[in-house]
Design a binder for this molecule. Structure first.
Ligand SMILES: *[C@@H]1O[C@H](CO)[C@@H](O)[C@H](O)[C@H]1NC(C)=O
Ligand SMILES: *[C@@H]1O[C@H](CO)[C@@H](O)[C@H](O)[C@H]1NC(C)=O
Ligand SMILES: *[C@@H]1O[C@H](CO)[C@@H](O)[C@H](O)[C@H]1NC(C)=O
Ligand SMILES: *[C@@H]1O[C@H](CO)[C@@H](O)[C@H](O)[C@H]1NC(C)=O
Ligand SMILES: *[C@@H]1O[C@H](CO)[C@@H](O)[C@H](O)[C@H]1NC(C)=O
Ligand SMILES: [Cu+2]
Length: 506
């Protein structure tokens, strides 16, 4: 029964710093010091409902420019990104660029009730922001209702002309992993409100997979063997795979049979090169790995395995999500090499520090403030199960977003259920400790910032001695273990209203 509890409103706290100390938006010095010119990149995206069958099963999906997943938006460090969102979904929406700091443009963070009002149907809204100081693997998705489960997602890549690994790979490949539901999210949501659990029907790699139609309900439109995504490898070339997990619930182990991979980036932070065989990746997380095409010319299975322990019913009916790595010169349709890596990995937690270390070690500043919050799921006064942070369940005001409230001079009067935490002292460094009393793990995401992951563990007692304050990894999405804790440190130096929330549609 973990699931229906999760499929609920964001449980959110909001960071707010007053606008008085606002820093310049555009770091001219940084840009000038480089030998390349920033550009203005304009993307026109139309969001629209379309009937599609990515895995053979026909359903209505939200497509972006007719595609699912949506087009990958590509820019480079320093660019200005302009996204014209045309809403033809038939209902209101808002689009969040996940991982973007939005320094100086907090109103373009795309969160309804926090940074903007909804974009009505048949309207166009323009997001306009710069990325002076970030590069890496990101994604964009609807931040309204449960639309991203219905397909409103796509990759967002910021290339880095100063990438320290630039000479260590020849080409890039984007791999979008998702869980996939045959039921529309609105119906799913209703199911979750009743104590009837639901797990994904399937998973996709770059929007493709096959489905065994025998498992589909009678009367549905379904075709077997819809086909797998295919990735072309040229022998001896080195590939940077950018892996993006856009799931609603499901964590995966990602691997390619017979191929090792080396992690080099997590969510915009370069890591020390580290060889692994299986990569755990939770909802909303991203990694880059280098894979060398150093195996005999053939076809190989790329697999994304559901971490079934994190699913409420143990994911009994789910199969491994597959794609094909096809070496140039290999037969087109021969059976792929099927030799999965067998390394044991603990489920439902992130890669540990030993395998995930920052390339440039950075000792975080000392914390000046501590914030402890307990995550719990239980019924409210009307008997509906909700997520609570220290007893308060987040309720957005869709018609008067928190940021508008700040501009209206109401920065000191927030209703309790807006779960606001105000940071308005320059130089503040905050440690947030989450104590998760739920039996499910929760991938937490912070908007507008990255945080250092100082440590995580089991139980409600934080083992302070185990915290790493010397060289922790910095990222924007981290898993809080089931019935466990995590300590995150961050510097609230980006004026605006930014959420921190579980990314499981909770
Ligand atoms: C949206 O625009 C389309 C075509 O311009 C029109 O047919 C439809 O009635 C409009 N819908 C709404 C809700 O205004
Ligand atoms: C994506 O995140 C979900 C949710 O935690 C997780 O179950 C799934 O395993 C992740 N995918 C991968 C490839 O790790
Ligand atoms: C949340 O609750 C815990 C446990 O009761 C308490 O220690 C902590 O101070 C509370 N946090 C806030 C922000 O009030
Ligand atoms: C909340 O749940 C508990 C335990 O399931 C139940 O006893 C109680 O009646 C519920 N309260 C409301 C208001 O529904
Ligand atoms: C946490 O608990 C799980 C399950 O009991 C166990 O497998 C794991 O090793 C524990 N982790 C730590 C850090 O103690
Ligand atoms: Cu985000």
């Amino acid at each position: 029964m973990i699931f229906y509890k999760l499929f609920f409103h964001l449980s959110c706290i909001i960071f707010l710093t007053t606008f008085a100390s606002s820093k310049p938006i555009w770091k001219q010095e940084l840009i000038k010091s480089r030998n390349y010119e920033p550009e203005k990149k304009v993307f026109d995206l139309t969001f629209k409902r379309t009937t599609l069958a990515p895995d053979g099963f026909t359903r209505s999906l939200i497509t972006i420019n007719g595609q699912y997943p949506g087009p990958v938006l590509e820019a480079k460090k320093g660019d200005r990104i302009v996204i014209n969102v045309r809403n033809e979904i038939g209902e209101p929406t808002a689009i969040h660029s996940h991982g973007m700091f939005q320094r100086g443009t907090p109103w373009f963070d795309g969160v309804t009730g926090q940074s903007q009002c909804l974009i009505p149907n048949n309207y166009t809204f323009t997001y306009d922001f710069t990325v002076p100081d970030q590069a890496g693997t990101y994604w964009y998705h609807s931040h309204a209702f449960t639309q991203y489960v219905d397909g409103a997602v796509g990759g967002l890549i910021i290339y880095d002309p100063d990438d320290p690994y630039l000479n260590e790979y020849d080409e890039e490949i984007i791999v979008v992993l998702s869980d996939y539901h045959h039921t529309e999210s609105e119906i799913l949501l209703k199911k979750f409100l009743s104590p009837e659990s639901e797990v994904p029907d399937n998973g996709l790699i770059n929007g493709k997979n096959s489905f065994n139609c025998k498992k589909a309900p009678k009367g549905s439109k379904c075709v077997d063997n819809a086909g797998l995504a295919k990735f072309e490898f040229v022998p001896n070339k080195r590939y940077r795979l950018r892996i993006i997990n856009t799931s609603a619930f499901s964590a995966f182990f990602f691997s390619i049979d017979k191929h090792e991979m080396e992690v080099i980036e997590v969510e915009g932070t370069y890591t020390k090169r580290n060889k692994i065989h299986r990569l755990p990746i939770n909802v909303a997380q991203r990694y880059s790995v280098i894979v060398t095409a150093n195996q005999p010319v053939d076809n190989y299975i790329m697999r994304s395995e559901f971490q079934k322990d994190c699913l409420p019913d143990g994911g009994k009916k789910l199969s491994i999500v597959k794609a094909i790595v096809h070496y140039e010169g290999a037969p087109e349709n021969s059976a792929p090499i099927n030799v999965p890596w067998k390394d044991f990995l603990e489920q439902c937690i992130d890669l540990r520090h030993e395998t995930l270390r920052p390339l440039s070690e950075e000792r975080p500043p000392k914390a000046t403030k501590e914030l402890e919050l307990t995550i719990a799921f239980h019924n409210d006064s009307s008997g509906v199960v909700k997520a609570f942070l220290n007893g308060s369940s987040y309720v957005p005001d869709l018609t008067f977003p928190t940021l508008s409230r700040v501009f209206a001079g109401e920065a000191n009067h927030f209703p309790r259920d807006r779960n606001v935490h105000v940071f308005n002292t320059p130089g503040e460094v905050v440690d947030i400790t989450f104590i998760n009393t739920d039996e499910g793990d929760h991938p937490f995401h912070l908007h507008g910032h990255q945080f250092w992951v100082l440590g995580f563990g089991n139980g409600t007692h934080v083992d302070k001695k185990s915290l790493n304050t010397v060289d922790p990894i910095k990222r924007d999405t981290s898993t809080i273990p089931a019935s466990g804790w995590i300590v995150l440190r961050f510097v609230p130096d980006n004026p605006g209203v930014f959420g921190i929330h579980c990314h499981m549609i909770c």
